[in-house]
Each structure stands twice: as structure tokens, then as C-alpha cells.
Design a protein around this ligand. Structure first.
Ligand code: NAD
Length: 359
């Protein structure tokens, strides 16, 4: 039987970009006779509107049964004033933790055609190909206790807990070492071991685990230095592995090296390789509904889905080749537009990828 995909368009530009990714899914489904089946539901702000909660139990159940999930993005100003417990982002954190999606893969790959769209000099970024492996189900975003409390003197205090267990570090470390084996054989583990005990343990466990991967080179870097090195000499990195919060921040910085966050896909995998696929960016409420969002990050997320969860690497390659062709043809959404190129809308970009796949 064909694989089953749950589609969660989400909020803001989510429906616009997922519509284009769906066009690509429909084309490859027919062209390669994959027999994929699809189902749509809500998560995030749209789920609050429809069900009163950012992630309904019935949606979570569908997610558990699906072979893979395609997500647009969640959140937006309409829901920002709601109580913290039912904000759109809670849906995202819940689905990640409930499905055990602990390994977030975020490739930062610069297409040679976009070298001028990067904020850095061409010689610093051309040929850039980094994989950021971010721990996604632990760390300070999930650590308890957490909250805002009133102190004895009447002042309020916000607090969170940063913790990682050995098993959490080992499983994400394995993902990083195994990915490096398929790439250029280098892992850089990013921490703040000079200050935070949780990351002292992180470093120690990575060193121990490294003994099982002697063919991979392991280095360590403090997060502040890593942020600096990413914009100074990003090509020194192959696989960069880090905790949830540091990975969140560093991967957005890496995104800009590639020209636009609108180009960056991501995968969030469980221990069996089932996963949720989404662009790295958010719901971009500032441009929602204008038909100008870049759908390529979402289309490339479909490609990662075919590669990592559905077992169709050749189809994934075909999508990546089609995206390259479209860029060669000079098509650019506003975020990656440079003079002399052809500015296109969200749907025109999707159509161009479909045309390249059918060519
Ligand atoms: P954002 O990523 O939505 O937008 C940042 C900037 O990048 C904006 O100027 C936006 O217009 C631009 N941008 C993003 N995606 C683009 C695309 N595909 N094409 C062209 N330009 C694009 O981040 P933000 O503004 O900080 O957050 C907006 C909302 O998204 C918030 O509610 C936030 O909580 C949510 N968010 C959701 C996710 C997610 O669903 N995984 C991730 C990050 C932020």
C-alpha cells in the first residue's frame, strides 16, 4: 500500500506555500506511480479557530498513523494575546514531543545561482553546504520547572530549566555522526560548556560516543564562537550538532547565508525515521495573502520527506534538480530577487517547478 501523508497547512503563508508543495507531490505521485495518499487537518492558530486548541487529539492521532507529515507554519498576531497554554506554537511543541521527533535536520545549502542573494561575500559562501542537527525534543524549551512566579518581595521572576540526559545526548549525537558519514565526515558539537553544566555533560557524552565513530572527525565549539564563525567562515563546517535553543538560533543565522530563509527545508525525525517536514521559516504574517512568499523551502521539505521517511531518494533528487533548473531559468520570488532575473509569484514558482519536473 502507498504511504500516507498528513498535511497541516497552518497559518499565515502556510496555506499558500503548502499549495505549491502539494502541486509537486501530485506530479511526482503520478509520474513515479508512488500511490501516496493525503489527508488535511489543522494545527496552530487555524486549529484554535476550528477546535479551540492548537493541536486536537484527533489531529495528533492522524499524525501518529501517518508515514510523514507536511507542515506549512504556525502562529500570527491574531493569536498572540491568547493565554500561553493555548498559543499556536504549543501545538508545534506538542506534536514534536508526542511523536518523539527529536532530530531536526536543517541543511543550509547555497544554490550557486543564488550566490548574489546572500548577505555575505560570494567567496565566503559559494559552495556552502552545512547540515545543522538540532536536538528538538528536550533542553530549555521543554525543561521543568518553568513559569513566571511572584517572589517574596512582590517582584515577578521568569524561570526555565535547561537539562539534557545522557540518553538524549547520545541519540542526537548518533544522528549527527551517521549523517557526517554520508557527507564529509566532520561533526562540530556546539555547547556552552564553560558556563552551563548541562552542556558540560553534553560535551563529555559526545566525546565518549565519538569512540564508536573513529572515522568521523569531532570538534567542539562554544555557541558564541559558533555564531561568529558561521558568518566569518561558514564553509569550515560540515555537520553542526547542538541543543534545542542554540540550534534554533544558529540555524536561522545559517539561513541568511543561503540568501533567504525561504529556501531552507527541514526534517524532524523520530527514532524510526518517521517525520514531520516543514520549511525553517515561520508563518510570515507580514507577507501573508500577498502571493509573494517563496514556496521553495516547502517544496524542498517534500524532497527531504521522500528521502528520509518515504524511501524514494531518486524522486527526492528529481525535485532538487527541478528546483536547480528553475533557478537556472532565472525565476525568483521577491525574497531572492536580484536585478536581471524574472520576479515571480508564489504560484508561478510552484508552476515552474512542476514544469521542470514534467520536462
Ligand atoms: P518568519 O520566519 O515568519 O518571518 C521572518 C521574515 O522572513 C519575515 O520578514 C518574513 O516575511 C520572511 N519570510 C519568511 N518566510 C518567507 C518565505 N517563504 N518567503 C519570503 N519571505 C519569507 O518569522 P517571524 O516573523 O519571527 O514569526 C512570524 C510567526 O511565525 C510568529 O507567530 C512565530 O511564532 C511563527 N513561527 C513559526 C514557526 C513554525 O511554524 N515552525 C517558526 C518560526 C516562527
Amino acid at each position: 500500500m502507498g504511504k500516507h501523508i498528513l498535511i497541516l497547512e497552518g497559518d499565515g503563508i502556510g496555506p499558500e506555500i503548502v499549495r505549491e508543495a502539494r502541486k509537486v507531490l501530485d506530479v511526482i505521485n503520478t509520474k513515479f506511480d508512488l500511490g501516496l495518499t493525503f489527508e488535511n487537518d489543522h494545527m496552530g492558530g487555524c486549529a484554535i479557530d476550528a477546535y479551540g486548541v492548537p493541536l486536537a487529539d484527533s489531529t495528533l492521532e492522524k499524525a501518529r498513523k501517518a508515514d510523514a507529515i507536511l507542515l506549512g507554519a504556525v502562529g500570527g498576531p491574531k493569536w498572540d494575546k491568547l493565554d500561553r497554554s493555548i498559543r499556536p506554537e504549543k501545538g508545534l511543541l506538542k506534536i514534536r514531543s508526542q511523536l518523539g521527533l527529536y532530530a531536526n535536520l536543517r541543511p543550509a545549502l547555497l544554490y550557486p545561482q543564488l550566490v548574489d542573494a546572500s548577505s555575505l561575500k560570494p567567496e565566503v559562501v559559494s559552495g556552502l553546504d552545512i547540515l545543522i542537527v538540532r536536538e528538538l525534543a528536550g533542553g530549555i524549551y521543554f525543561g521543568e520547572p518553568r513559569g513566571i512566579r511572584v517572589l517574596e518581595n512582590g517582584e515577578r521572576e521568569g524561570y526555565n530549566t535547561y537539562k539534557y540526559s545522557e540518553s538524549e545526548i547520545i541519540r542526537i549525537g548518533r544522528t549527527a555522526f551517521e549523517m557526517a558519514r554520508k557527507r564529509n565526515g566532520k561533526v562540530c558539537s556546539v555547547d556552552k560548556a564553560n558556563v552551563l553544566e548541562a552542556t558540560m555533560l553534553w560535551r563529555e557524552v559526545m566525546d565518549t560516543l565519538h569512540k564508536e565513530y573513529p572515522d568521523v572527525e569531532l570538534s567542539h565549539m562554544y555557541v558564541d564562537n559558533a555564531a561568529m564563525q558561521l558568518v566569518r567562515a561558514p564553509k569550515q563546517f560540515d555537520v553542526l550538532v547542538t541543543g534545542n535553543m542554540f540550534g534554533d538560533i544558529l540555524s536561522d543565522a545559517a539561513a541568511m547565508l543561503t540568501g533567504s530563509i525561504g529556501m531552507l527545508p527541514s526534517a524532524s525525525l523520530d527514532k524510526e525515521g518517521r517525520g514531520m517536514y516543514e520549511p525553517c521559516h515561520g508563518s510570515a504574517p507580514d507577507i501573508a495573502g500577498q502571493g509573494i512568499a517563496n514556496p521553495l523551502a516547502t517544496i524542498l521539505s517534500v524532497s527531504m520527506m521522500l528521502r528520509y521517511s518515504l524511501g524514494y531518494p531518486q524522486v527526492a533528487d528529481a525535485i532538487e534538480v527541478a528546483v536547480g533548473k528553475v533557478l537556472d531559468q532565472g525565476y525568483r520570488t521577491a525574497d531572492i530577487y536580484t536585478e536581471g532575473k524574472t520576479k515571480v509569484s508564489t504560484s508561478q514558482m510552484g508552476d515552474a517547478v512542476v514544469a521542470a519536473l514534467n520536462a
